[in-house]
Ligand binder design. Structure first.
Ligand code: HEM
Length: 378
């Protein structure tokens, strides 16, 4: 077993670094082996998988499960970033086996490539409207202060049927997810309101409800909708910052979809997978792990490994919103380059900074100041 308590900079440390600077601690982590047992942010050991080949095997291994009931009892759920257990909240992210498969089937049609492609025009309209509104605010605007936060919520909200008038409530609920326990509780009340409002409209939230197995309660549906809204916001928000920065620095891409994939691969909004736990004593690539050991995959660290990108994960829990995210990100790039051709970075690129909040949460640009955000026709 490879034990590393000090492998250079800890990969879970919070901090601020240059936009293009490497992820802290990743090189040393990978040099230590394909499975590295190190100190988890909430204490105790965590096994980190550091190669893409092993990651694919681990992400499909039924002995490694996501139910947080298996998390170390000493962990504080909030600071460890743990969801409720599978028994406490029905969720794609914690369910396994037949329950998980039934949930995925219920979600699949609304997030299918065909359904999502059909919404691309509406996404471009939303991006145009939001960017155009910012352009009227003044000469220099910070895209991460408003656009990258709100656009993903407009997109996922429109998809589910959340009224646009509740956009500020959605922004607030997401913001409070990062606060203390009281904030977290208030955020969940806010998300439940968004879910209830979506269910009152004729959108995909209702369609999801109709597809779910009999006996699923309204509260459970609200939690599923929360997961879509929050997972769709925090990842795409971060990705948009890195993506739009690349476009502003390098100019319009020849192939937008390829640029989106490259940015997600190099700067995965989820730099680690969510937590998994060994359901029994297991051995991974020769490393014995006792039942209950937390396991993570270092998605940021495997960026240069051969094979398809792992930015959206792999296996049964692969991102349910991957098509949506790709189309949504490409729509934002297309609108920026087509409708706002004078948009320019307002600071030298090497002044851009990214903030690592610490733990397993991904980083985000601290600011993306842009000038010339006047619409082509405006
Ligand atoms: C660039 C944007 C995104 C990235 C990089 C991303 C990444 C990921 C990753 C890595 C996972 C797997 C985590 C694991 O196995 O531990 C995941 C799962 C998930 N994502 Fe995304 N995601 C993105 C956008 C979205 C969007 C827009 C939505 C929804 C509208 C979404 C909904 C979900 C859900 C529901 C799961 C759980 C799937 C399951 O456990 O079966 N994601 N995502």
């Amino acid at each position: 077993m490879t034990q590393t308590s000090s492998h250079g900079t800890c990969p879970f440390d919070p901090g601020v670094r240059r936009w293009g600077a490497p992820y802290p601690g990743r090189e040393a982590l990978r040099a230590a082996g394909p499975v590295v047992v190190t100190e988890a942010p909430a204490g105790g050991p965590v096994a980190v998988v550091t190669t893409a080949a092993l990651a694919r095997a681990v992400l499909g291994d039924p002995r490694l499960v996501k139910d947080t009931a298996l998390a170390p009892p000493t962990w504080d759920p909030r600071s460890a970033g743990l969801e409720p257990t599978a028994a406490d909240a029905l969720s794609l992210t914690t369910a396994e086996g037949a329950t998980h498969a039934a949930l995925r089937r219920a979600h699949a049609p609304m997030l299918s490539p065909r359904r999502i492609r059909a919404r691309a025009g509406a996404m471009r309209d939303a991006a145009r409207e939001l960017l155009g509104g910012l352009g009227r605010l003044g000469d220099t605007v910070d895209l991460t202060a408003d656009f990258t936060t709100r656009y993903p919520l407009v997109v996922v909200g429109d998809l589910l049927g959340v009224p646009r008038g509740m956009l500020d409530d959605a922004v607030e609920a997401c913001r409070r997810m990062w606060g203390d326990e009281a904030d977290g509780a208030a955020a969940m009340v806010g998300f439940a309101r968004l879910g209830a409002a979506a269910m009152a409209h004729d959108g995909l939230a209702r369609e999801l409800r109709a597809r779910l197995p009999a006996g699923v309660t309204d509260d459970q549906v609200h939690y599923l909708l929360f997961a879509l809204i929050f997972a769709g916001q925090l990842t795409t928000d971060a990705a948009l910052g890195f993506l739009l920065a690349r476009v502003l620095v390098d100019g319009p891409p020849e192939d937008t979809a390829a640029l989106v994939d490259d940015v997600l691969r190099r700067d995965p909004p989820a730099p680690f997978t969510l937590w998994r736990f060994a359901a029994e004593d297991v051995e991974i690539a020769g490393t014995p792990l006792a039942a209950g050991t937390p396991v993570l995959v270092d998605l940021a660290g495997v960026a240069d490994d051969p094979g398809p990108s792992l930015a959206f994960g792999a296996g049964p829990h692969v991102c349910a919103g991957a098509h949506l995210a790709r189309v949504e990100l490409a729509a934002a790039v297309d609108v920026l380059v087509t409708d706002f051709p004078d948009a320019r970075l307002a600071v030298p690129a090497d002044e851009l900074r990214r903030v690592d909040p610490g733990g397993v949460v991904g980083s985000r640009l601290a600011a993306l100041p842009v000038t010339g955000l006047r619409a082509r026709d405006g």
